[in-house]
Design a protein around this ligand. Structure first.
Ligand SMILES: [Zn+2]
Ligand SMILES: [Zn+2]
Length: 312
């Protein structure tokens, strides 16, 4: 399913079989998760995609010899810059991203640099594993960068929050899920995954940290107001609408506001080792590959539980 121009639907086309270069692996795609970042690319909010492009960066693929590998957003780094050599390859200036700089997984076949693939843990089906590869990874990195909160707020309860809520509850944290007004089904879903409270508006007590998954800038001052002194607000998305100005008072008291960018391979290794221990259970609705545009429309509309993935 090919993106030819931002702002236009993906088009079903026959492409030549992708050829693995040195160090690459050829994968038959078994499932590919649908991520909000895919929407930002299709909508032109992320402005530098390679075109034409196969999007999709939560690929569960199978090698010719039957191994299942996961391909995440981080597809390649130079390994030599000041970020890469200090454990921060997620910030590499030369990084190439799957489904953005490199063709991704909205396809029947994909190639990926072996060094950036993860073995898929046993016990996860192809579909169930797909959202671990971005929603899970970004959620996990955001949770680690939120400090060690007793009371954790999750703003926007989509694919990432439905995974991170399970990890956080398993770690003994109290989880508060802030959803859109009237999203009763999603609120019930959040409670079923360990949230002690789920609702719209301000949580019933102060938080020690908040992670904002929804791409809505107005949530930043709302979350800052909800966290206690010394608390951290993490913006987990790659794109967000502008943040309205706010009084310094709500940042004062050593509150921290930060973003999370991309992932390191270490994040992936840690999450994929942790997920079976929790165990994290993902809820994933499958769409046939050729209905990718319908899956993107469903993600845009929101209001469903869990994650979406394409199956060739
Ligand atoms: Zn993603
Ligand atoms: Zn680098």
């Amino acid at each position: 399913m090919l993106l030819e121009r931002p702002g236009t639907p993906l088009r079903s086309v026959e492409l030549p079989h992708p050829k693995p270069g040195p160090g690459d692996v050829l994968l038959r795609v078994r499932a590919c998760g649908v991520c909000r970042t895919d929407l930002h690319i299709v909508d032109g909010e992320l402005t530098q995609p390679r075109l034409p492009l196969v999007i999709g960066h939560q690929i569960v693929g199978e090698t010719e010899d039957g191994r299942r590998l996961g391909v995440p957003w981080l597809g390649w780094t130079d390994g030599t810059c000041r970020y890469c050599t200090t454990g921060r390859e997620n910030l590499c200036d030369e990084a190439r991203f799957t489904g953005y700089d490199l063709d991704g997984g909205y396809a029947e076949w994909a190639v990926a640099d072996k060094r950036f693939c993860f073995p898929i843990p046993e016990g996860y089906g192809d579909l169930e594993a797909a959202p671990l590869l971005c929603a899970g990874l970004i959620g996990y990195r955001s949770l680690r960068l939120a400090g060690d909160p007793e009371r954790l707020g999750l703003y926007g309860f989509g694919a990432a929050a439905h995974i991170v809520a399970q990890v956080a509850a398993w770690e003994g944290r109290r989880v508060f899920a802030v959803t859109r007004e009237g999203d009763r089904a999603v609120q019930g879903f959040a409670r079923s995954l360990g949230a002690e409270w789920a609702g719209a508006g301000a949580p019933p007590e102060e938080l020690d940290a908040a992670i904002i998954f929804a791409p809505a800038g107005e949530l930043v001052p709302a979350a800052l107001k909800a966290v206690a002194k010394g608390g951290t607000v993490v913006c987990a998305g790659i794109h967000m609408s502008d943040i309205p100005s706010f009084p310094y008072e709500i940042l004062w008291g050593e509150r921290v506001l930060r973003s999370v960018a991309n992932l390191t391979r270490r994040d992936g290794e840690e999450l994929l080792a942790l997920a079976p221990r929790v165990p994290v259970r993902t809820k994933v609705e499958a769409f046939p590959l050729e209905r990718a545009n319908d899956a993107l429309a469903k993600l845009r509309a929101g209001g469903f539980e869990g994650a979406l993935a394409l199956v060739p």
